[in-house]
Design a protein around this ligand. Structure first.
Ligand code: FAD
Length: 378
């Protein structure tokens, strides 16, 4: 494909900005269009596993990111009450190279925005793009819809696909790390609910996400303020986290929405990626990482075969993304086991696995973390 090609990316989220940098890395001219008048991420953390870091390494961003992130040593599964460790995934025993990092979203976004600025990739703010016709006058050779969960581009390529409520709501906050949680992600599992905590910003702050099953929810945004006292009402039995709840001054609530993996990821010179193609429940911390992987493969396929490579992009990504989504979905019920006997048995089995074969426990995730997506397109 000629390097003269001009690429439009719609959406300046983690996926869209990474895609812009991947195309730039391969020598293309890129413009990014973002509907928001300013670039800012919500006040929340994000975990980027080694399979995502691999793309950042290729883009030369790994050092800058490592300075902003905290390297996680383990993922610990906890029982909610009494609060105790059930199993520990020791990340040093994983075969994946590159590190598993914990970021504040704003810090990760800043690194990507700065990299675009250094590369001379313009990000046009306050530009809401409904579809390819909005960009017709520019004659772009490729238009990428990285416009997230409620993507206009997905709806154009997949007219019957609708986002649906998953029956789960979540609250998020970033508080002072009063429990001195080490550089580990903790998943506190309780009946019909779970809480994820991990430190960010050199361990000073703690990212807290509390998830609960609930039958209905109408609004799709994820920025609704809520009264912090709700946490003690809904999660008061998560005894180890009461000192954390006491520190929550700002709390946001939202419903978890999803849509099925899109059937059509590309048509003509238009492609979709990230949450626009396949939103992932936050139970495996892979939604943004899958967007980052998409970005590399999309750029590499286009570089190899032009728009003719877009079908290969979908064929390469679809099986991996579908498997990751299925694994994330199955974590939802594993974390929320309600029957005390079943929960006790499941936790005992996990604990035994963690003690007897710790390397085996973490290596069952090698297919996710040790995968090198930069080798997927030859
Ligand atoms: C609680 C929670 C925790 C999570 N934790 C993790 C984690 O630890 N690790 C992980 O990998 N993933 C995690 N995820 C998932 C992750 O946040 C998403 O998968 C990821 O942000 C998707 O990136 P994206 O770029 O595809 O979409 P988005 O981040 O949604 O970006 C889309 C962008 O497109 C813009 N846009 C939309 N419409 C238009 C339009 N018409 N015109 C122009 N611009 C438009 C939006 O304003 C936005 O900037 C989590 C998700 C949740 C809900």
């Amino acid at each position: 494909m000629t390097h003269d090609a001009h690429i439009a990316i719609v959406g300046a989220g983690i996926g869209g900005l990474t895609a812009a940098l991947c195309f730039h890395h391969l020598g293309y001219r890129v413009d990014v269009f973002e509907q928001s008048p300013e670039l800012k991420e919500v006040g929340a953390g994000i975990q980027i596993s080694p399979n995502g870091q691999r793309v950042f390494e290729k883009l030369g961003l790994d050092q800058r990111l490592k300075e902003q992130g905290l390297q996680a040593q383990a993922i610990q599964l906890m029982n909610h009450a009494p609060s105790r460790a059930v199993a520990r995934l020791d990340l040093s025993k994983s075969r994946a190279q590159g590190g598993y990092y914990l970021f504040h979203r704003a810090d990760l976004l800043t690194v990507l925005v700065d990299a675009c600025s250094d590369a001379g990739v313009p990000i046009h703010l306050g530009q809401s793009i409904d579809g390819p016709t909005s960009l017709q006058q520019h004659n772009f050779d490729l238009i990428v819809g990285a416009d997230g969960l409620h993507s206009n581009f997905r709806k154009l390529l997949n007219p019957h696909s609708r986002a649906f409520f998953t029956g789960q709501i979540a609250w998020r906050s970033v508080v002072e790390n009063v429990i001195a949680q080490p550089a580990e992600a903790h998943v506190h599992m309780g009946p019909h609910r779970h809480i994820v905590t991990y430190p960010i910003r050199e361990g000073r702050d703690l990212n807290v996400v509390c998830i609960k099953e609930q039958a209905d929810w109408s609004d799709e945004g994820w920025n609704h303020p809520d009264d912090p006292s709700i946490l003690k009402r809904e999660f008061g039995d998560f005894s180890g986290l009461l000192p954390v709840f006491d520190r929550v001054h700002s709390l946001h609530k939202w419903g978890l929405f999803r849509h099925p993996v899109a059937d059509t990821w590309a048509e003509g010179n238009v492609a979709i990626m990230g949450d626009a193609a396949h939103p992932t429940l936050p139970f495996l911390a892979q939604g943004a990482v899958m967007a980052i992987e998409d970005a590399w493969v999309l750029a590499a396929c286009f570089h190899r075969d032009g728009v003719g490579g877009l079908q290969a992009y979908q064929s390469i990504r679809m099986p991996r993304v579908s498997r990751v989504l299925a694994a994330a979905n199955s974590n939802a019920w594993k974390y929320h086991l309600a029957n005390p006997i079943v929960r006790g048995l499941a936790h005992s089995a996990l604990g035994a696995g963690s003690r007897i074969a710790p390397a085996r426990l973490v290596r069952q995730f090698d297919w996710i973390y040790a995968h090198d997506v930069t080798q997927d397109v030859t």
